[in-house]
Structure formats: structure tokens, C-alpha cells
Design a protein around this ligand. Structure first.
Ligand code: KET
Length: 452
């Protein structure tokens, strides 16, 4: 007699049928020695301790965790100045008009599909992104010496670049400015690089420690990688002057250090995309090599779409194409290929001169609103006679003010005023509005005059 069939699997049966069949067989198989069900002996059994029971709870992210704490606060006056994300005067997230319009066009275009992108992403997006940062007339692009791959926003671009360097570059040490964006050390350490720091910020002047920077980069072993914020340094809001950039460039080139630019705020420092790209372009113009991580999170408001690009400028087109072939080997096992939606939006905006102009106007509007918040906060503190020199609020640039408030003062402001910011005293100016400036000024005044 034939054995009973549990689930009949025919060539046309669905994959769920096949899975059920396999599962059923597992249940019926018994351990012939002691007649126990084999599954009950497995470490993932439904009873007993979790195989993850030994885990300790990890702390929240120092930046993104601020938003979580803010969300839990029921106070009507609460204010989130933590994460660097633009808000309108009404305190609402902003989707740019130009983005909305392009999205409508994309939805209506029935010729579009959702096939996998190539490993390197949307080709047009890559070409236009390189032009945006290096300049449309960049000789490096013309000569085919630049390879650009679409990545998961700025963070993903940094990570892919870091992994590529750890695999293929002879010097595995990367120097980060002190302080820097809190995620940098983690990204590069996990990519396989050794992280060291160079002096950047002078707390006494709340400005650049240019001497310290030159000394530290001067003492770095030849070939070391140096991370540079392309503009609007996070968290300090302090950038080198054009003359200082020139000295930094000469030092980096004379010591054969390898620059790795992080450009998360192009257009947010001065309001001009070209002006903010100037330091980077001078490094490309000297013919040397570099890495560039670009993000469209802030300047096109595409935070959650995760749109960015990694470019590597090489000495020759031949090297650039080999570099690209190796970047594909980094990306494929990491996430296979990037998402299609955000990069298609960016490409549409960058390639059409009308949409591009509209974008630059909206971008300038965001940058100008932040600048006006700086002035309003400065004036409000002056009006209150708050002790201390607050001129750095108007001198610093980009999305953030590095207030100089210490972590006790920050916790005081959170507890008493429901104002949320990172514990290093950084506030996102983009989260402020004319309506909320007085509340923040009151809180800072109280923190400075009353807190420990
Ligand atoms: N670089 C810098 C300097 C930076 O400030 C950010 C984000 C990124 C890269 C990455 O952005 P992405 O969204 O991956 O394109 N900074 C803000 C948000 C965050 O921490 O994730 C912030 O500092 O608030």
C-alpha cells in the first residue's frame, strides 16, 4: 500500500503548499530513540528562555532619540530642536512644491515601472549629482575621472565609501573633526577603519581652532583619510574661511592625505548651491583624488526617501571605472541596489532648468528663514540681558547653533521648558519659528542664570 499523502504537491501547487508540506513533515518526524518530537529539542522552542535573553538594552541614538523623547511629552509648549530637519514657521515638516509637482508627474506617467535599478542606481541621477557638487563644467567629470553611485542618503554614501576604503586603500585610519556628527565614528568604525580625531573647534572663541587643525593634520601619517564637512559643519556651525580652506587644501595635498567630503547641507550655509560647493571644487581643481558623500535629505527635503550619492574622483578614467566595478561589489551584498523613487525625483529636478530654478528659490527660502531665526534668537537674548556673549548665534552658519550650553543646562531646559535638543547643546535653528523664539530665549536665560 502507498504511504498516506499529507499535502499533495503537484507542479501547479503554490509555494505556500510546499512550505506547509515541509512543516508537516517536521512535525511528524520523531526521534526514534526516545520518541520525542525533534522540534521540542530545538533551541528555538516555544517554551523556555529566549536565545536573546542575555541582551542588555541599548541606549537610544543621541540625535534620533531626542525625537522619541519629544514625541512622548504631552506638553502643548514642547519644542523639538534636536534632529536637523527643516520646519515651517508653523512648526510643520515641509515638502517642497517642486518635489510635490515632480511626484505628481511620476505618478501619472504610466510608462514608469518599479523594476530593480542597477547596483549603481539611476544613471542620470548620478551624473547630475556629480555636476551639482563639482560644477557642470568640471574637467574631472568631462575627462571621465569621476565615478558616482547612488546610495542610501548621506549615511549610506559614507558607509559605502568607508567599506570601499577599508577593503582597497592602503591607509585604514580616518581623521574626523572634533567634534563631528555623532554617527561618523560609528559609521567608519563599523566600515572597518580606525577612527582618530583632529582639533576643529575652540570652545573659548566658539570658533575654528585653525592652529590645532593644521597641527593635527600636519602630524597625521601620510596617506591618512581626512573627513571634511563640505559646508555648514555639524554640530558647530563653524566653517573655515576661503583662505583657511586654501591652507587646509595645500597641507592635505602636500602630505598626500586623502580627503573624504561629507556634503549634507549644500545650499544651507549661504543659500547658494555653487558657493557652498566652492571648497570642494578647489580640491577637485588641483587634480588630486577625493571621496564625496552627498545627501539630498536637507536641501531637497527628502529625508525619509534616503537619496544620496557617493562620488570618487580619480586620476584617470581607467582607474575610475575600476573603482566603480569594486564599489558594486561593496553594494551588492549590502543592499543589492538602491530605491528608485527619491533619486528619480532628484534627477527630474536637476535636469529641467525651470524646476531647478524653482528648487533654488525654495532652498534659499529655507536658508533665509534659518538666518532670520538666528537674528531673532540673538535679539531676544539681548533684550533679556542674558549673561554671556551670544554673538556666535548669528556668526555660525547652517542648520545648527552650537550654543555652548552644557548637558545640565540642556536637561534643565527639557525638564522645565519642554525644549528638546542634543545634550552637547546643539540646537536645530530650522526647528524654531517667530512664535517659539521667546520660549527658547526664556529657557536659555533661566538655564544660564539658575541652573547648576
Ligand atoms: N552628514 C552629516 C554631517 C549630517 O549632519 C547628517 C545628518 C548626515 C550626514 C546624514 O544624513 P542622511 O539623512 O543620511 O542623508 N544629520 C542629522 C540627522 C541625523 O542625525 O541622522 C542631524 O545631525 O540631526
Amino acid at each position: 500500500m502507498r504511504p498516506p499523502v499529507i499535502f499533495q504537491t503537484t507542479p501547479s501547487s503554490s509555494s505556500s503548499d510546499r512550505r506547509l508540506n515541509t512543516l508537516a513533515k517536521h512535525f511528524l518526524e520523531t526521534d526514534s530513540d526516545n520518541n520525542r518530537n525533534v522540534m521540542s529539542a530545538a533551541p528555538t522552542a516555544s517554551h523556555g528562555d529566549s536565545v536573546f535573553a542575555h541582551l542588555v538594552r541599548a541606549p537610544e541614538d543621541p540625535i534620533l532619540g531626542v525625537t522619541l523623547a519629544y514625541n512622548k511629552d504631552p506638553s502643548p509648549v514642547k519644542l523639538n530642536l534636536g534632529v536637523g530637519a527643516y520646519r515651517t514657521e508653523e512648526g510643520k515638516p515641509l515638502v517642497l512644491n517642486v518635489v510635490r509637482r515632480v511626484e505628481q508627474q511620476l505618478v501619472n506617467d504610466l510608462a514608469r515601472n518599479k523594476e530593480y535599478l542597477p547596483i549603481t542606481g539611476v544613471a542620470e541621477f548620478n551624473k547630475l549629482s556629480a555636476q551639482l557638487i563639482f560644477g557642470a563644467d568640471s574637467p574631472a567629470i568631462r575627462e571621465g575621472r569621476v565615478t558616482t553611485v547612488q546610495c542610501l542618503s548621506g549615511t549610506g554614501s559614507l558607509r559605502v565609501g568607508g567599506e570601499f576604503l577599508a577593503k582597497h586603500y592602503h591607509q585604514r585610519t580616518i581623521y574626523l573633526p572634533q567634534p563631528t556628527w555623532g554617527n561618523h565614528p560609528k559609521v567608519f568604525t563599523l566600515a572597518g577603519l580606525t577612527v582618530k580625531t583632529y582639533r576643529y573647534y575652540a570652545p573659548a572663541t566658539r570658533g575654528l581652532d585653525f592652529q590645532g587643525l593644521i597641527e593635527d593634520l600636519g602630524a597625521a601619517p601620510s596617506g591618512s583619510v581626512v573627513l571634511l564637512h563640505a559646508c555648514a559643519h555639524n554640530p558647530t556651525g563653524v566653517d573655515p574661511t576661503p583662505e583657511q580652506w586654501e591652507e587646509i587644501r595645500k597641507l592635505i595635498r602636500s602630505k598626500a592625505l586623502l580627503p573624504f567630503f561629507d556634503s549634507a547641507y549644500q545650499g544651507f550655509a549661504s543659500g547658494s548651491l555653487d558657493k557652498d560647493a566652492q571648497p570642494v571644487r578647489s580640491f577637485v581643481a588641483d587634480g588630486g583624488e577625493l571621496l564625496m558623500a552627498q545627501s539630498y535629505a536637507k536641501n531637497m527635503g527628502l529625508y525619509g526617501e534616503r537619496v544620496g550619492a557617493l562620488s570618487i574622483v580619480c586620476k584617470s578614467a581607467d582607474v575610475a571605472s575600476k573603482v566603480e566595478s569594486q564599489l558594486k561589489l561593496v553594494i551588492r551584498p549590502m543592499y543589492s541596489s538602491p530605491p528608485i523613487h527619491g533619486a528619480t525625483i532628484v534627477a527630474a529636478v536637476l535636469k529641467d532648468s525651470n524646476l531647478f530654478n524653482e528648487w533654488t528659490i525654495e532652498l534659499k527660502g529655507m536658508a533665509d528663514r534659518i538666518i532670520s531665526m538666528r537674528q531673532q534668537l540673538f535679539d531676544a537674548l539681548r533684550a533679556r540681558g542674558t549673561p554671556g556673549d551670544w554673538s556666535h548665534i548669528i556668526k555660525q552658519i547652517g542648520m545648527f547653533t552650537f550654543t555652548g550650553l552644557n548637558s545640565e543646562q540642556v536637561s534643565f531646559m527639557t525638564k522645565e521648558y519642554h525644549i528638546y535638543m542634543t545634550s552637547d547643546g546643539r540646537i536645530s535653528m530650522a526647528g524654531l519659528s517667530a512664535k517659539t523664539v521667546p520660549h527658547l530665549a526664556d529657557a536659555i536665560h533661566a538655564a544660564v542664570t539658575k541652573a547648576v
